[in-house]
Each structure stands twice: as structure tokens, then as C-alpha cells.
Design a protein around this ligand. Structure first.
Ligand code: NAD
Length: 339
């Protein structure tokens, strides 16, 4: 069977996860090229992934490499032009979230997707592929909780990894674009409605470095959707116990909760500290299965011509909502969201 040849752009914290999956875990894909502006990462690609066709210039990879598809895991502000360049070069494209850090950038990506209906464009909102989130969605579709009218979500990065988050903060687009965007996507998915207004606040208590680059360490946002449903999103960078991602969906007949305690596994440790449930340490561990499943789905879409469920317009909307949330946080105003 002919494998889909993939070039990856970005081999940082998440790029390495995707690269490893493509190289070793997706049977119908082959990692044939890699691009990074960090030379150590290209050495990693050669040694750990066996990829010898490496580039520091993204456009050069598009022009020279023997690839059918590009996987973009670069800094968020690079995504949209790289998506457009790859589609215009005749490649299928997977881009990690966020689609872009401004709405103008997202429109550029939309234009490129519309110019190339023959190519697959896949946006990596991987939580939709996590087995627990997918199960919750199915329960909602089966009517188990009646009509869902509220989503309460928390996404708090571990204090243990805060140095990486500080380094990344200045180019991340801000806490609501960078972190809340996952919860925003899930809120839209679970409630089946888009938010039309938002109120948001932030605080920094432990790491002033976030505030120094105009970001905050913790953010809280409240949304009202077009159908009247509500959303409450809490994002942060300093969970002491590990990586805390928790979502509750409340409906007229019941509710669903995903990861109220973000357990590492089913083992409880009984020792001098008492009875301890250890927690997952970071996103690569918590969402390992989701990253693999979304990449498998992308490659299967390329092979079969099937259209991905998540569209470029979902990407633009989530960035618009993230942007409106950022505006609400910065101004203290309730912001109306128009699409
Ligand atoms: N889906 C998720 O759960 C999740 C988790 C983490 C990060 N992300 C997203 O993935 C992206 C990367 O995040 P990260 O944490 O791996 O960042 P990182 O800073 O660790 O890595 C960024 C990578 O981008 C490369 N890069 C930057 N500009 C480039 C360019 N012009 N050409 C080629 N390579 C370039 C760098 O060399 C580096 O390899 C971000 O958009 C982030 O929002 C998503």
C-alpha cells in the first residue's frame, strides 16, 4: 500500500509528539521531511526519527521535499501563511490549533481552503478525538442529559511546566487564544450554538513574567450563546497537582463530567502521605491517544478524500471568540460577538 508522505513544520513541545506518531504509529503515513528554525531539532529529526530531508526554510521544504501533506506545528502566528503556502503548493494540510492569532490571518487561511477544495484541510482540535470527550458527545446526541444548557470547563497547565509557558507567552496570542480556545471549541461542539457575548477577567499572583508581556496567569470567561445556553471557562498555568483539564456539561435531564480528577491511571498509592491518586503531568500524556487518533483521521481523509468534520470556519470562529474574550478581559466590558 502506498503511504501518505508527510513533511512536518515545527518540532517543539507538540511537534515532537506529532512527528513521533507519524513516523511510528500511523501505518499509512511516512514522515519524509522536517522543518524547524532550531538546528538541534533537525538533529533530533535525523537521529530519533530517521528523517534526513530537513530544512530551516519552510518554503524550501514545500518546493523541494517529496511530500503529499504538511503537518504544521509551528508558533501560532505562523500557521495561516504556512497553511496558504502549502495548499497553493498542492499539499494536503494538517494545522494545529489555533488556526490563527488574528481574524485577518484566519480569513487568509479560509481563502486558501476555498481555492483548493481538492485538498484536505484538517484543524487539530484534538480534544474532540479524546475517547472520553467523544463518548460525552455521543451521550448528548443520544439525549441522555436532555438539552445541554451549560458547559463549565477548566484547563490549567501544571506549575511544573510553567517555565515553558512563560517562554511561549509572548507569541501565544494570550491566555484566551492559546489555552481557552480548546474549551471554546468544545463549548460550541457540545452546546450546538455559538456564543454571542462574553465577559472575562484575569489575574497574576505567582509569575509576574506573564503580566510583563501583557498576558495573565489565570483567566475566567463567561459566555452566553445564541440559543441562550451558558459557558464558564477557567484557564490557568499553575496547577500544583499536574495537568488539570476538566469539563462538565449540564443538561435539563442530567450532566456529564470528564476528568474531575485528572488521574494518571487507576493505581492509588497508599503511603506516608495517605492515599494518593497521581495526576497526569502534561498535555502529551493526557491527550496521547487523541493526538494519535486525530493524525490517523487526517491521513485517512487524505487517502479516502473524506472531508474532515472540523472546518476552517470552526477555526475562524474559535479565534473570533478567543479574540472577543481577550477584548473583554483587557477592557472589562461585556463584548458582543458578531460573526
Ligand atoms: N493541541 C494542543 O494540545 C497543543 C498543545 C501544545 C501546543 N499546541 C500548538 O502547537 C503549536 C506549537 O506549540 P509548541 O508548544 O510545540 O511550541 P514550541 O515553541 O515548543 O515549538 C515551536 C516550533 O515551531 C518552529 N517554528 C517557528 N517558526 C517557524 C518557521 N517560520 N518555520 C519553521 N518552523 C518554525 C520552531 O522551530 C519550533 O520547532 C502552537 O501553535 C501551539 O498553540 C497545541
Amino acid at each position: 500500500m502506498k503511504k501518505v508522505k508527510v513533511g512536518i513544520a515545527g518540532l517543539g513541545r507538540l511537534g515532537k509528539v506529532h512527528a513521533h506518531n507519524i513516523a511510528y504509529k500511523i501505518p499509512n503515513a511516512e514522515l519524509t521531511a522536517a522543518c524547524s528554525i532550531v538546528s538541534d531539532e533537525l538533529e533530533y529529526a535525523k537521529k530519533e526519527l530517521g528523517v534526513t530531508d530537513v530544512y530551516t526554510d519552510y518554503k524550501e521544504m514545500l518546493a523541494m521535499a517529496d511530500i503529499d501533506a504538511v503537518v504544521i506545528v509551528t508558533t501560532s502566528g505562523e500557521h495561516c501563511w504556512q497553511i496558504a503556502a502549502a495548499l497553493d503548493a498542492g499539499k494536503h494540510v494538517f494545522s494545529d490549533k489555533p488556526l490563527g492569532v488574528t481574524v485577518e490571518e484566519c480569513k487568509l487561511a479560509e481563502g486558501a481552503v476555498e481555492r483548493h477544495p481538492e485538498s484536505v484541510f484538517f484543524l487539530g482540535f484534538m480534544r474532540r478525538f479524546d475517547p472520553s470527550y467523544a463518548y460525552a458527545k455521543k451521550k448528548i446526541e443520544d439525549g441522555v442529559i436532555g438539552t445541554p444548557y451549560m458547559v463549565k470547563a477548566a484547563g490549567i497547565d501544571p506549575e511544573a511546566l510553567v517555565e515553558g509557558a512563560i517562554k511561549f507567552a509572548a507569541t501565544s496570542g494570550g491566555i484566551f487564544i492559546d489555552m481557552a480556545i480548546h474549551d471554546i471549541d468544545l463549548m460550541r461542539w457540545f452546546l450546538g450554538s455559538d456564543p454571542v457575548e462574553v465577559h472575562a477577567m484575569g489575574a497574576t499572583f505567582k509569575h509576574p513574567e506573564f503580566a510583563e508581556v501583557g498576558d495573565d496567569e489565570t483567566g475566567v470567561a463567561m459566555y452566553k450563546c445564541g440559543n441562550g445556553a451558558l459557558g464558564i471557562v477557567h484557564v490557568g498555568r499553575t496547577a500544583a497537582h499536574g495537568y488539570h483539564v476538566e469539563t462538565e456539561i449540564i443538561g435539563t435531564e442530567g450532566s456529564l463530567r470528564i476528568s474531575p480528577v485528572p488521574e494518571k491511571n487507576l493505581c492509588m498509592v497508599y503511603d506516608k502521605n495517605g492515599v494518593v491518586t497521581e495526576c497526569v503531568g502534561g498535555f502529551p500524556e493526557r491527550f496521547a491517544e487523541a493526538y494519535q487518533l486525530e493524525m490517523q483521521e487526517f491521513i485517512d481523509c487524505v487517502e479516502s478524500g473524506k472531508k474532515p468534520e472540523i472546518t476552517v470556519y470552526d477555526g475562524t470562529k474559535s479565534t473570533q471568540i478567543g479574540f472577543a474574550t481577550t477584548e473583554a478581559w483587557k477592557t472589562g466590558n461585556i463584548v458582543k460577538i458578531e460573526y
